[in-house]
Design a protein around this ligand. Structure first.
Ligand code: C2G
Length: 132
């Protein structure tokens, strides 16, 4: 049993997001938990230069409705991860491998796992395809 955490924008929610969250939850085992920290609109725009199509409130509600998700928090700074891990008694930090190595500084607090991205899908491609 392990408490797992992951972070993301989850704009235009797609199969790559779902598979990441399902795999992250599976790492927690039968009685584990998954906390998902969803980037605020401000954080996306100012820190990640991402213009979200779907506002934070709806992105968080969609993620929170998933069977594999136990808790949803808001991401509003790059620096909050350590406090989130401690405050939520996290055992495993998970991100897709496009972030490979970027969060190894958290290894003194918990296990850090990078999972292979799902190929062929991204929020950016969906925006481009739909002309948004
Ligand atoms: N992802 C994936 N496969 C895809 C697309 C995304 O596995 N085809 C994963 C990403 O690797 C990430 C998660 O889904 O772990 C969320 O992706 P984004 O919404 O793009 O999140 P990102 O902008 O990478 O934000 O502090 C960390 C950031 O908040 C991460």
């Amino acid at each position: 049993m392990a408490n797992v955490i992951t972070y993301g924008t989850f704009d235009l929610f797609h199969i790559g997001h779902l598979k990441l969250l399902q795999r992250a939850r599976a790492l927690g085992g039968e009685n584990g938990t998954l906390t998902v920290v969803v980037s605020s609109d401000r954080f996306n725009l100012e820190e990640k230069q991402k213009h979200c199509v779907i506002p934070h409130r709806e992105r968080a509600e969609i993620v929170g409705a998933l069977k594999c998700v136990d808790k949803v928090l808001v991401e509003d700074s790059w620096e909050q991860k350590r406090k989130d891990i401690i405050d939520n008694n996290i055992d495993i930090f998970v991100m897709g491998d496009d972030w490979q190595g970027k969060f190894d500084f958290l290894k003194d607090l918990c296990e850090v796992v990078y999972l292979p991205r799902t190929p062929g899908v991204s929020s950016r491609d969906l925006k481009n395809k739909s002309g948004i």
